[in-house]
Design a protein around this ligand. Structure first.
Ligand SMILES: Cc1cc2nc3c(=O)[nH]c(=O)nc-3n(C[C@H](O)[C@H](O)[C@H](O)COP(=O)(O)OP(=O)(O)OC[C@H]3O[C@@H](n4cnc5c(N)ncnc54)[C@H](O)[C@@H]3O)c2cc1C
Length: 329
């Protein structure tokens, strides 16, 4: 097995995701430490112009699969092309960001390669014997475990967005570009994406946002989420919701944070009128700072909050928005 670290670059709306930049930042450092080649793998259609931005992160190689059949993600096409590439090139390690797409893709690739995949990792270190050791959160973040793969190759892992952090690009090295000829038998592609329809309530993807302002049942009505949208706008963040708010029809399910929603780890999570049920905490308790606004001083959310405001959110949120606006001005 030849050595080498690969990162799978993901696109959303034809742009490289922030979590892909995290992989690029971390991957270069690991490759230097292990003295291995560092490769970025990019799939899509008409995407060659994106390779300039990738090259800035000091990759040794970019594998580019630029083909109309890869324009929109389908399980069969992506899993086939990626599996074939890994079989042919035999990298030692493949990293992905833990997105909805990768949750579908990585386990399939792992199964076809008869290897494992450490999912939703929130940390990673290299042991003295050169093994990657991944940290994962279990039981809604109550427990952490460390996993590693002593034998199966490639080592594969998916990282929770914001877990690794983006660093400034380390600069272009002598990058080699490999354009892959995509060979797919159309008869083996069981799905064809014709159109993507989506309700967009957030300009920013929740899982990628560095700041999230989330509302729960305490928001009382759909129209009151305007307060959160205003605060999020000022802070450059996105709006999330508890399941109670989603079940009440106030927000789309794509906004739901928690066990049956999205897992987020922003730098700042502002929970407004959210009690802090274990299923909600499961989706946000790896946030760097948590601010809770709740009129009940006994609310569970205060147990994990770094800052708590015990008051009526309808009074506090407009004040916060005003203050942040003043600071920015
Ligand atoms: C299998 C399963 C999966 C689940 N998955 C999820 C999930 O993914 N995400 C999720 O969120 N939940 C999930 N739940 C539901 C979860 O158990 C809770 O019911 C839910 O999180 C409660 O939402 P909430 O905090 O908004 O509502 P509540 O628990 O009703 O809390 C509302 C809070 O608002 C406060 N409040 C009210 N008015 C004001 C005001 N004017 N100012 C300030 N504070 C105010 C109250 O004091 C209260 O603390 C799941 C449950 C199950 C069983």
């Amino acid at each position: 097995m030849s050595k080498g670290i690969w990162v799978f670059i993901e696109l959303r709306n034809a742009k490289i995701t922030n979590s892909s930049y995290e992989l690029l930042s971390a991957g270069r450092k690991f490759a230097d430490k292990l003295e291995q080649d560092f490769t970025a793998v990019l799939f899509g259609y008409n995407i060659e112009s994106l390779t300039d931005a990738i090259a800035q992160y000091g990759v040794d190689k970019i594998i580019l699969a630029d083909d109309p059949k890869l324009e929109k993600y389908t399980t069969d096409a992506y899993a086939t092309v990626l599996t074939d590439l890994i079989k042919a090139k035999q990298p030692e390690t493949v990293f992905y960001s833990h997105s909805a797409l990768v949750k579908d893709l990585a386990p399939r690739v792992a199964e076809r390669l008869k290897t494992g995949v450490a999912t939703d990792c929130i940390g990673v270190e290299i042991s003295d014997d050169g093994q990657f050791k991944f940290t994962r959160a279990l039981y809604a973040g109550k427990l952490f475990n460390q996993v590693y793969s002593p034998h199966a190759r490639p080592v594969m892992a998916t990282f929770r967005p914001n877990a690794l952090g983006v660093e400034d690009p380390s600069g272009v090295r002598n990058v080699q570009m490999e354009k892959v000829k995509v060979q797919l038998n159309l008869e083996n592609l069981r799905t064809l994406v014709k159109e993507i329809l989506g309700k967009v309530q957030n300009k920013m993807d929740l899982t990628e946002a560095e700041i999230i302002v989330s509302g729960g049942r305490g928001m009382k009505a759909s129209e009151n989420f305007k307060l959160l949208e205003e605060l999020a706008e000022v802070l450059g963040g996105a709006v999330g919701a508890s399941r109670a708010a989603v079940d009440s029809g106030w927000r789309d399910h794509s906004n739901q944070v928690g066990q049956t929603g999205k897992t987020v780890s922003p730098k700042l999570y502002i929970a407004c009128g959210i009690s802090g049920a274990i299923q909600h905490l499961a989706g946000m308790n790896s946030s760097r700072f948590v601010v809770a606004i709740n009129k009940d001083p006994e609310a569970n959310i205060f147990k994990i909050a770094d800052y708590g405001i015990v008051d009526d959110l309808f009074k506090v949120i407009p004040l916060l928005t005003e203050e942040f606006k003043k600071m920015q001005a």
